[in-house]
Ligand binder design. Structure first.
Ligand code: FAD
Ligand code: EPU
Length: 339
């Protein structure tokens, strides 16, 4: 396996920022990983990437960057109503969704057009339009970076939460995800159409009979209107998570900011759209040189071209501070910052 040095990462992150990895390699098979594991290169600091769509390089990475290219989609098991479908962690997520729709396997159509690889999907339990990965998740296989063992995690092992899993907390950087397996429907698909503008878009798309393809098309249409395509404008989707506060605290905020939106989440908790708070603080559409806050979605920080990772990180911190000053809420980053 080839180890490249001083490698440019601009095309490996959707912000499109320039950064270099001191060492870089692609892994395409379990043999590649085992070979790497027993080589001297393994002793360097390591970072795994898939599609680079949830990562910000605020500086160069002085270790070994491992690009996951493990491919292959395989039926593990099936019965009349369900299929257990396994995908190599390096498959593109959206192409995988489209593959499933082509086979009429239901459950992930609402997650259409999310960038990145299938192997990263469980890390933050990707979610959109009323569905999260955990709804269809069955298991995943990992390579233990410390021991070289291969282990399996089932649904409850992963401790999924909103944009969260055990791989973002106690097991951060402990494992390389090799493959994930989802349990999808072959019959009696469950359609999630209550979220946001899905129903309205289905109507505008002239949909007479609900199908998983119709939902996917609607989601793609909504997303295309809101979130910039990283190929045209560098970004990593939502920079921050939407915070939740106690109901009582939310009532206090509402007394001060009568228009603040809030959605009931778990017991006695209200989820507040971070985008609203950021917009309220005057950031929406603001530009700072080559970077800025998107003019259609205040939660998305964009690189107009030539922006630097450290400046994007600084802009994010300034936004976080101004939201904290105004609302007393500290936004948590969704994007993984390499600094
Ligand atoms: P990367 O950015 O490459 O990596 C993300 C993290 O996972 C890093 O910490 C990395 O080290 C780790 N990692 C990656 N692969 C592996 C592996 N195989 N094993 C171990 N660790 C690994 N997210 C949503 O949840 N919902 C959305 O609606 C959404 N919309 C988006 C829209 C746009 C335009 C963009 C750019 C991003 C959006 N995202 C969204 C965020 C992003 O697409 C997801 O987080 C995605 O799962 C990241 O996948 P990736 O392969 O690009 O991960
Ligand atoms: N809003 C504003 N200003 C804006 C944008 C939105 O005030 O510029 C307010 C509006 O009140 C709107 C609300 O925020 O009703 C919610 O906006 P939107 O529907 O665009 O969703 P979001 O909360 O900003 C979340 C996810 C997205 C996901 C969409 C759809 C998070 C952090 N983000 O965005 O995920 O695609 O819902 O489900 O949960 C991502 O994680 O990268 C991502 C893009």
């Amino acid at each position: 396996m080839e180890i490249l040095t001083n490698y440019q990462l601009k095309s490996f992150n959707t912000f499109g920022v320039e950064a270099r990895a001191a060492y870089f390699c692609h892994i395409k098979s379990h043999t590649d990983i085992k070979e790497l594991f027993s080589s001297d290169n393994w002793n360097r600091p390591r970072l795994i990437i898939g599609g680079g769509s949830n990562i910000l390089f605020a500086k160069d990475f002085e270790g070994l960057l491992i690009k996951n290219d493990l491919k292959g989609i395989k039926v593990q098991d099936e019965d009349t109503n369900h299929v257990l479908l396994r995908t190599g962690a390096g498959e593109n997520w959206h192409e995988f969704v489209i593959y499933c729709i082509g086979k009429d396997y239901g459950g992930i159509e609402n997650l259409s057009l999310i960038p990145g690889c299938t192997g990263a999907a469980p890390i933050q339990n990707i979610g959109a339009y009323g569905v999260e990965l955990k709804n269809t998740f069955y298991s995943l296989e990992v390579f233990d970076l410390a021991t070289g063992d291969i282990n399996t995690f089932n649904q409850s092992d992963c401790k999924f939460g909103y944009r969260d899993s055990i791989f973002r907390s106690i097991f951060k950087n402990r494992y390389l995800i090799l493959s994930i397996t989802l349990k999808l429907t072959k019959k009696y698909h469950r359609y999630y159409t209550d979220y946001g503008e899905i129903k309205e878009t289905l109507k505008n798309n002239n949909v007479k009979k609900l199908t998983i393809k119709a939902i996917s098309d609607a989601v793609i249409r909504i997303r295309t209107n809101k979130i910039p395509d990283p190929k045209e404008l560098g970004n990593a989707g939502s920079f921050f998570k939407n915070p939740t506060v106690d109901k009582v605290d939310f009532e206090g905020l509402r007394a001060e900011f009568p228009h603040i939106p809030g959605y009931n989440s778990e017991a006695n908790q209200v989820k507040i759209p971070a985008a609203w708070m950021i917009e309220h603080c005057g950031w929406k559409g603001k530009r700072r040189g080559q970077i800025g806050v998107h003019d259609k979605q205040a939660l998305v920080i964009v690189n107009y071209g030539g922006g630097k990772g450290k400046d994007i990180a600084q802009l994010a911190f300034d936004i976080r501070d101004s939201v904290a000053d105004t609302f007393g809420i500290e936004l948590q980053q969704e994007v993984n910052i390499i600094s």
